[in-house]
Ligand binder design. Structure first.
Ligand code: UT7
Length: 331
């Protein structure tokens, strides 16, 4: 018997501290106008190292708790927790195990997934596949990153782009197999890892990047190359999803896109001919939150009643690896 996977609840979380472009321009050679024009970002929410004692773990837990409340179930009913992040607090144990403790389960399987900005969509796709087999029945998927912790704020090219945030979903087994993922794609091109990476040791830095002023332990990115990759990939995965499902733009109620850069999303809107009202953008408020972004957008739409039962929704993301992922979900 094959089951379906129903979205039972959605939630998100962002730190209270807001950092505007003007704040960044106080110490960096940049301007509000440049950042808005090149990225669409006006502000981002960043964990405050002085007052915030919960860190990435608190954000991820908060998002899952809201999704559980929305679903109306206690954490003890989860039988699997998938936490997607590149900024988990310890490499052992996974943040997923600590989130499990915080939401009140000591039996659910729990693991961290590292697929950078594609992580949340990877997590949704994996959860759907595992639910369909009947192996798991109630899965919490969280995408959370605190890239502010790994941004070098003495360097302007990368640090202006990122923010901290988390999105989560509770997925439950449904007797109707037509509910859930009707199409999914996940991929990676490891030959392009050098375009976006976070070296901890000198020996991990490729020859061409030895003079990069960004500190070890912080994110480095070839913005222009990632931009080109993203624009091409966005278009390809969306067109492939529509071709494989036979669904057209009119049949899909929302395109939930990773908030990488507003110009990348605008290019998809124009090239594919997506109606702008079907592509929610919140990068202006949160910046690029990596694995957090698709869940943050989904939660905005869910709470606004713009995603309803029976709708088809497409999620699309790409990021470090370089990775990409997409799905079409019958809600
Ligand atoms: O989320 C997953 C993966 N990440 C992405 O999707 C990010 C993709 N890339 C981008 O979003 C963009 O490449 C950035 C926003 C990171 C950079 O924008 P860009 O339009 O590609 O800028 P650029 O690197 O081509 O630089 C253009 C100019 C340069 O000056 P010159 O050489 O033309 O004189 C830079 O030095 O802008 C300068 N510049 C800045 N100026 C003011 C670079 N960063 C800044 C800055 N403020 N923060």
């Amino acid at each position: 018997m094959t089951y379906g996977a129903r979205i039972a609840g959605v939630g998100s979380a962002a730190p209270a501290r807001v950092v505007t472009n003007y704040d960044l321009a106080e110490t960096l050679d940049t301007s509000h106008e440049w950042i808005v024009q090149r990225t669409g970002i006006h502000r981002r929410h960043l964990l405050d190292p002085e007052t915030e004692n919960e860190g990435e773990l608190g954000l991820a837990t908060g998002a899952l708790q809201r999704a559980l409340e929305d679903a109306g179930i206690p954490g003890s009913e989860l039988d699997l927790i998938i936490h997607a992040s590149v900024t988990s607090e310890m490499s052992c144990p996974s943040n997923a195990c600590r989130i499990a403790e915080a939401v009140g389960t000591n039996t659910a399987a729990a693991f961290d997934l590292l697929a950078a900005c594609s992580g949340f969509v990877y997590g949704m796709n994996i959860a759907d596949s595992l639910i369909r087999t009947g192996r798991f029945s109630t899965v919490g998927v969280i995408g959370c990153d605190a890239l502010g912790n790994v941004s070098d704020f003495t360097e302007r090219t990368v640090s202006i782009l990122f923010g901290d945030g988390a999105g989560a979903m509770v997925l439950r087994r449904d007797e109707d197999p037509s509910i859930g993922c009707v199409h999914q794609e996940m991929g990676a091109d490891g030959t392009k890892w050098r375009m976006l990476y976070m070296p901890r040791r000198e020996r991990e830095v490729p020859e061409f990047d030895r003079d990069n002023p960004i500190k070890l332990g912080c994110l480095r990115m070839n913005g222009r190359e990632v931009f080109k990759f993203a624009v091409t990939k966005f278009r390809k995965v969306i067109e492939r999803a529509m071709a494989e499902t036979g669904l057209g733009v009119d049949d899909i109620s929302q395109f939930v896109c990773h908030q990488s850069n507003a110009r990348i999303i605008d290019s998809a809107i124009q090239k594919i001919g997506l109606p702008p009202e079907k592509v929610h953008i919140n990068i202006n408020e949160y910046g690029n939150t990596s694995a957090g972004s698709v869940g943050l957008v989904f939660d905005d739409l869910w709470r606004a009643g713009k995603i309803k039962r029976g709708d088809h929704v497409m999620c699309v993301a790409f990021g470090g690896g370089l990775t990409w992922a997409a799905n079409v979900w019958k809600v």
